[in-house]
Design a protein around this ligand. Structure first.
Ligand code: NAP
Length: 510
C-alpha cells in the first residue's frame, strides 16, 4: 500500500507504526497509509523559521512570484495523474477533482502575477506618509514586514489541493515559510503535489514543510513570530485558538469554519426569467458539486411565499438529473462523500433535520458500498425559528427551503440567523430591494454573490472562491479572512509605524 511520508527539514520522513489507513471513498478499501508518530515537529519548525524564512526574505516579490509560477506549472503538468488521486482518495468525479486541482494551480498563478506586479521589493509601505505638525521634517509611515516565524497551515479534508495552495501562495509571496498539514483522511493528493515540487527542486530550502498525519504535538512548538491558518470545523478551530502555547505567545490564528450559506430569491424574479434559471442552476450545482462538501455550498434556500411552488418544482426537476455513483463512470455527476466519518456525520445531520423539516425530494438509493449519500432537499415553514436549519451545517448534498414574505427585512432576518457565513447569494433584478438585502446581510458575510439577468450567462456561482476576492466570514464562519489579492498577504506581515526624519525615512523606504 502507498506509504505517505512527511516532508520535514527538506527530506521525506515516515512516521512510526502503527500507520493510519486512508480509504478509497468509492470502495471503502484502504488506498494509502500514513503516520506522524515520532516526527520531530519542533525541529521542523526551527528549520522552517531559520532557513526557510531567511531564504524567502532574501527574495524579492518578483522572485517569490516566479517560484509560485513554477509551483503552479508543476501541478498543471501532472493534472491528469492528480485528478486520479482525487478520484480514488476523495471520491471526486473528474469535474470535482478539476475544481480542486485547477483551483490550486490557478490561485498560485494569480499570486505569481501579483508578485510580478509588486516587483523588486522585499517589503511594502502601507499607506501614505503622515504629517503630525506644520513642519514636514518629522513624518510617520507604516511599513509591512514578513513575520520571522513559520506559517502553520491546518487544512480541511474537502479541498486537499486548493486548500494547500491558496494558503501557501499568500504566505510564500509574503515571505513567510510554511508548514502545511492536510487533513489525514485525504492527504494523498497534497503529499503528491509536494513530491512533484521536491522532485523538481523547486522549493528553496526550508520554505515548505508538509506534515502527513495527525497534528500530534505540533502546536506545543509554536512561538511568537509564528501564525496559524486553519480550515475545518468550528470545534477544532476553538481548540486551536485556545491552545495554551498559542495563547501564551499571542500567536495570530485565522479560522475558516462552519458556514450555513444561504441563496436568496427576490420577489421580483419570475419563474420564466433568466435570473430564475440562474438561481435554480446555481443552487443545484452548489448542492451536488463535490457531493455538497464545500464550505461555500448552499445549505439554506430562502424564497418568497409566492415563488415557493415554482422553486420546488424547478429544483426537483433539475436535481433529478443528478446521477450518484462511481466517479469513474462517465454518466456519474455526483460521487461519494470523502470518508466514512463524514458519511456518518451527514447521516446523523439528516436524521436530526428530518425531525424539523419536510422531505421534498431525495435522489435514488446510491450504491451501498463506499461513502455514498443520496442528494436531498428539505423544506421548513418555521422561517427564522427553524433552529436546526440555521444552526447545524450538514456537510453533504443537502439543503433546506425556507419561505418568508419576501420583504428585504424578512430576508435579512432569516439569513442573519445563520450566525455569520462565508458567502450569501442574492438573485434579483430589483436594484432597490437588492440594495437593502445586500447591505443588510453584508455585515454577516465575507462575500456576497449577486445574480441578475445581465450576468446570468457569466456568473461563477457562489461556490467558486476567487483569489482576487476575500474568503472568510464572521461569527460561526470563524471570523477569518484569506485571499483577496494583496489583502491575503497581510496576515503574514507585521504592520509597524515608523516616526522619524523625512529625509532619512525616504532613504530606507525608497
Ligand atoms: P476537522 O476535524 O476540524 O479537521 C480539520 C483539520 O484540523 C484537519 O487537518 C485535522 O487533522 C486538524 N485537526 C483536528 N484536530 C486538531 C487539533 N487538535 N490540533 C491541530 N489540528 C487538528 O474538520 P474536517 O474533518 O476536515 O471537517 C469537518 C467539518 O468541518 C465539516 O463537517 C464542516 O462542517 C467543516 N468544514 C468547514 C470548511 C470551511 O472551509 N469552512 C471546510 C471543510 C470542513 P486530522 O485530519 O489529522 O484529524
Amino acid at each position: 500500500m502507498h506509504l505517505l511520508k512527511s516532508y520535514l527539514q527538506d527530506a521525506w520522513v515516515a512516521g512510526a507504526e502503527p500507520q493510519t489507513p486512508l480509504l478509497n471513498a468509492t470502495t471503502g478499501q484502504p488506498c494509502a497509509q500514513t503516520s506522524s508518530r515520532g516526527l520531530d515537529l519542533g525541529a521542523a519548525l526551527r528549520h522552517a523559521r531559520q532557513v526557510g524564512g531567511a531564504n524567502l526574505r532574501r527574495m524579492t516579490f518578483a522572485e517569490r512570484g516566479e517560484l509560485l509560477s513554477q509551483l503552479s506549472g508543476a501541478i498543471h503538468a501532472q493534472r491528469d495523474a492528480l485528478i486520479e488521486i482525487g478520484r480514488i482518495n476523495s471520491g471526486n468525479t473528474r469535474g470535482d477533482a478539476k475544481f480542486d486541482i485547477d483551483g490550486a494551480s490557478g490561485t498560485l498563478a494569480f499570486y505569481a502575477n501579483l508578485g510580478k506586479q509588486l516587483g523588486d521589493r522585499t517589503f511594502l509601505c502601507d499607506g501614505e506618509q503622515i504629517r503630525f505638525s506644520r513642519s514636514s521634517r518629522f513624518l510617520g509611515q507604516h511599513i509591512l514586514t514578513p513575520r520571522l516565524g513559520a506559517a502553520i497551515h491546518i487544512n480541511a479534508f474537502n479541498f486537499p489541493a486548493w486548500n494547500l495552495c491558496e494558503k501557501l501562495a499568500c504566505a510564500l509571496l509574503a515571505g513567510v515559510p510554511v508548514l502545511a498539514k492536510p487533513a489525514t483522511a485525504t492527504a494523498w493528493l497534497a503529499v503528491r503535489i509536494v513530491e512533484l515540487w521536491a522532485e523538481q527542486n523547486l522549493l528553496p530550502s526550508g520554505a515548505l514543510s508538509l506534515l502527513a498525519g495527525p497534528a500530534g504535538d505540533l502546536l506545543d512548538h509554536v512561538q511568537a513570530q509564528d501564525c496559524i491558518v486553519f480550515t475545518g470545523s468550528g470545534d477544532t478551530g476553538r481548540a486551536i485558538r485556545s491552545h495554551a502555547q498559542v495563547l501564551a505567545h499571542g500567536v495570530p490564528v485565522n479560522v475558516e469554519a462552519d458556514s450555513l450559506n444561504a441563496a436568496v430569491l427576490g420577489p421580483d424574479v419570475a419563474p420564466d426569467s433568466d435570473t430564475f434559471t440562474m438561481f435554480i442552476q446555481d443552487v443545484v450545482r452548489e448542492m451536488t458539486q463535490k457531493a455538497g462538501q464545500k464550505c461555500t455550498a448552499v445549505r439554506r434556500i430562502v424564497v418568497p411565499q409566492q415563488s415557493e411552488a415554482a422553486v420546488r418544482a424547478a429544483l426537483v426537476e433539475k436535481l433529478g438529473d443528478t446521477v450518484t455513483g462511481d466517479p469513474e463512470a462517465s454518466e456519474t455527476t455526483m460521487g461519494p462523500l470523502a470518508t466514512p466519518a463524514q458519511q456518518r456525520d451527514v447521516a446523523a445531520g439528516i436524521a436530526a433535520l428530518q425531525q424539523t423539516a419536510e422531505l421534498v425530494w431525495r435522489g435514488p438509493k446510491p450504491p451501498a458500498q463506499g461513502c455514498f449519500i443520496a442528494p436531498q432537499l428539505y423544506a421548513s415553514k418555521a422561517g427564522k425559528d427553524a433552529e436546526f436549519v440555521h444552526d447545524h451545517e450538514v456537510f453533504g448534498p443537502v439543503a433546506t427551503l425556507l419561505t418568508c414574505d419576501g420583504s428585504a427585512g424578512a430576508v435579512v432576518g432569516i439569513v442573519a440567523r445563520g450566525g455569520g457565513g462565508l458567502v450569501c447569494s442574492v438573485y434579483s433584478d430589483d436594484a432597490g430591494w437588492s440594495r437593502d438585502v445586500l447591505l443588510g446581510v453584508a455585515p454577516w458575510h465575507g462575500r456576497i454573490y449577486w445574480g441578475s439577468a445581465k450576468v446570468s450567462d457569466q456568473g461563477t456561482g457562489q461556490g467558486a472562491v476567487l483569489p482576487g476576492l476575500v474568503h472568510g466570514g464572521p461569527g460561526k464562519a470563524g471570523g477569518g479572512e484569506e485571499l483577496g489579492g494583496e489583502r491575503g498577504l497581510r496576515f503574514y506581515w507585521q504592520r509597524t509605524a515608523i516616526q522619524g526624519d523625512t529625509q532619512l525615512l525616504k532613504q530606507i523606504l525608497g
